[in-house]
Design a protein around this ligand. Structure first.
Ligand code: NAD
Ligand code: UD1
Length: 339
């Protein structure tokens, strides 16, 4: 079966392309490279020892999408394409709503026209409200009350897809809510390559380790957690990628809407991450405690039980693996794909 992967040149998309190729799927990527490099796809093919098809196009371009569906016999779509920087979404809300909503709507219209009804969507733990108790579960936790436009785009895209599946029982949609993906392919050939100053913890730590930043700012040490710093559910990106393959296999036998958390179920604090990274890599990470980041929660982690039961998927990599593979990528590619 051929899988159309939108945003396949990006961080999670590139790792998922490797897993799909290794499992024998044909892969067709569409990406406008707004936040990625085509070099990632050369490396994907090098790792897998197989070719994929790549189109440098915007998913909002209906004509381009129609042409791709006409050229390739697509069985299923994984929709990663989207803008994802929370802070940027606050200053550029219209660009975020345009890109993330219109790409999803145009993609579904083109799929419908070409008889493709299976879609896996990149959602996020951010769709859960901030007033839940942990762990977060698909059926038991509240969603909504998002704190930024990026979060609302994920919430709204989930609803657009849910309504689409409700309107036509032939559709199968899997909404995958990612927790905190980190790490890289163990080969060190592909990984996360943020543009500008990283917003997220692990890319910042690894850029401190390689000497691109002089220290980490830890956003608050007065939370109600074991050491006062924020706790999150970090998941190895290869485990996350495999969750997509599991979702595709599940969808073959199930129509309608399904929602799955992709997390490990275990939370680590910012200082746990710093210490683990130092232990595994031997690199010192100088840090300074600063004020809390507005909008941050003390603790966020998933219940991964539903994914285990229905997808037969469970994260395999531990924290040491995540740190080791982050460092393999960063140290081999100090400036990312521009190294
Ligand atoms: P990424 O920026 O590395 O990948 C997204 C890709 O989509 C990029 O290659 C970008 O060039 C492409 N893209 C964006 N808009 C496009 C458009 N209109 N047409 C074509 N291509 C377009 O991000 P990622 O970390 O790999 O995230 C993938 C998806 O997962 C995103 O939808 C993101 O919101 C979601 N997500 C990411 C995280 C995370 O922490 N990384 C967490 C939860 C959800
Ligand atoms: C981020 C996203 C969120 C998304 C989630 C899962 C932001 C603001 N939020 O949040 O939308 O759903 O990932 O992918 O990007 N930290 C520091 N110093 C830093 C960076 C982070 O101390 O320089 C701390 C944070 O306060 C937090 C933890 O590290 O406690 C993790 O932060 P981050 O990697 O940004 O992830 P989330 O906060 O979970």
């Amino acid at each position: 079966m051929n899988v159309l992967v939108t945003g396949g040149a990006g961080y999670i998309g590139s790792h998922t392309c490797v897993e799909l190729l290794e499992k024998g799927y044909g892969v067709v990527v569409v990406d406008n490279l707004v936040n990625s490099s085509a070099k990632s796809l050369e490396r994907v093919q090098q790792i897998a020892g197989k070719d994929l098809a790549f189109y440098e196009e915007d998913v909002r371009n209906r004509g381009a999408m129609d042409a791709i569906f006409e050229k390739h016999d697509i069985g299923c779509v994984i929709h990663f394409a989207g803008l994802k920087a929370v802070g940027q979404s606050v200053s550029m809300p219209l660009e975020y709503y345009d890109n993330n909503l219109n790409s999803t709507i145009t993609l579904c219209q083109s799929m419908k026209e070409h008889g493709v009804r299976d879609i896996v969507f990149s959602s996020s733990a951010t769709v859960y409200s901030g007033d839940n108790t942990m762990p977060l579960s698909e059926a038991g936790s509240r969603t909504g009350m998002c704190t930024n436009p990026y979060g609302w785009t994920k919430y709204m895209c989930e609803q657009i897809l849910r309504d689409t599946a409700f309107s036509d029982k032939d559709w199968s949609i899997a909404l995958l809510r990612y927790f905190n993906p980190i790490g890289a392919h163990p080969s060190g050939l592909i990984g996360e390559d943020p543009r500008g100053i990283p917003n997220n913890l692990m890319p910042f730590i690894s850029q401190v380790a390689i000497g691109r930043r002089d220290h980490l700012s830890v956003f608050g040490n007065d939370y109600d957690t074991h050491d006062g710093t924020g706790v999150r559910d970090y998941i190895h990106v290869v485990d996350l990628a495999r969750g997509h393959v599991a979702a595709i296999e599940y969808m073959l036998g199930h129509r309608g809407e399904s929602v799955f958390n992709l997390g490990t179920g275990t939370g680590y604090s910012v200082l746990d991450m710093v210490k683990a990274f130092e232990r595994v890599t031997g690199q010192k990470i100088p840090y300074e405690i600063v004020d809390r980041r507005p909008g941050d929660l003390a603790t966020v982690y998933a219940s991964p039980d539903k994914s285990a039961q229905l997808l037969g998927w469970k994260a395999q990599y531990n924290l040491e693996d995540m740190c080791r593979d982050t460092w393999a990528w960063q140290s081999k590619n100090p400036m990312g794909y521009d190294s």
